[in-house]
Ligand binder design. Sequence first.
Ligand code: GTR
Length: 418
Amino acid sequence: MLSIDHNQLSHPMLERLKRYFVLFILFLLSNQIAIAQEDVNYDEANIPNYSLPAILKTADGLPVESINEWKYIRRPEIIDMFAEHVYGELPRSFDSIEFRTIRENSNAIDGNGTAKEIDIIVTRNGNSLPIRLNLLISNKIQKPVPVTLLLNHRGPDNMDITRQIKQDFWPAETLIERGYAAAVFDVEDVADDDPETYTEDILSTLYPEQIDRPNGTQALSAWAWGAMRVMDYLETDDDIDQNKSILVGHSRGGKAALWAGANDERWAIVVANESGAVGAALSKRRFGETVKIINNGFPYWFTPNFEKFNDKEDALPFDQHMLISTIAPRGVYITAAEEDLWADPRGMYLSLLHASEVWKKIYGLSVPLYDRMPPINNPTDNPYAAYHIRNGEHDLKLYDWIQFLNFADRHFHINRSD
Ligand code: GTR
């Protein structure tokens, strides 16, 4: 038997042993990472055979053919499935909502715009929580104006109302120049994007009963709830044409935007920029980020019920094309980026293509989308269910925003030369 007398080990020897040990651990870890990376499929040839649940068939197997069958039977069934299994309930009740203007500057952006900072204060069972809304409106255009709202998950630098910090993530100048009001709120006002503290805002303050439910509200539902409260305010602002409202979210924000659009038909257009897994992308393709990966990485985004589908995408009684379909006949815009395979550009396109059945068959609208994806930087041009894939990486860029505005102009029949 090998026995080591520690006293006999010289200091340098001990150091060397330690180094070998650390190297060995690093080797094991890098192997683990390599295995994890190999597990992510980026090859169309390796996509498993899958079949998508039918959008236009009720849970009882009946065909859905009329607007009424869609609106009152199938659409609510779909939304209930997503609430129960994916995002959790979206709370509806509260006792009061108050809008407090904190600051108003009619000389913003060199006199071109008016900046408003508004606290939206929601009260339930004696507890209140404020959401800060930043809103910029052009001074040079006839009111009321259409509005864009960004669900911002990237902190204060991406929503600066003073415009000392300007980022393409929220290009307020471009938006107001194009005649759209630019609104933004920080999703962390309603739920932190953090597994440890996400319950500290609306969940513990307003809806504590949701916290431990297997289908309870989680962060994405909370963010969607926040967008709904902003809409409550927009409906009261005479400068805003709330019938022409566009909700925009990027990535995780895009997932929340789709869910908000499903639940709140006041949004005329929903934009999900590179929303990827459990946003616009089809889960059953298992391309890029999968249900298991996202549940492990971001468990606080989804309801605990969703974990049942880890590695079991086949068992999902729905897929994300059904979420997109709930937005019909309003406008939906799905985007991808060429280098963002993690978010499955083709999976998002196919999802939209399948969802477009509702615009076409139920509402009789023309949505010419085909199996072949549009080329890079070539947005589709129908005004109902749009898609583009941009060159470059995962981000929300000025290019993306300009396409959204072009789409909105088409959808709302706005002719900029008027
Ligand atoms: C990633 C996550 C994606 C997406 C992205 C983002 O880490 O895996 O699903 O949401 O973050 O929000 O930028």
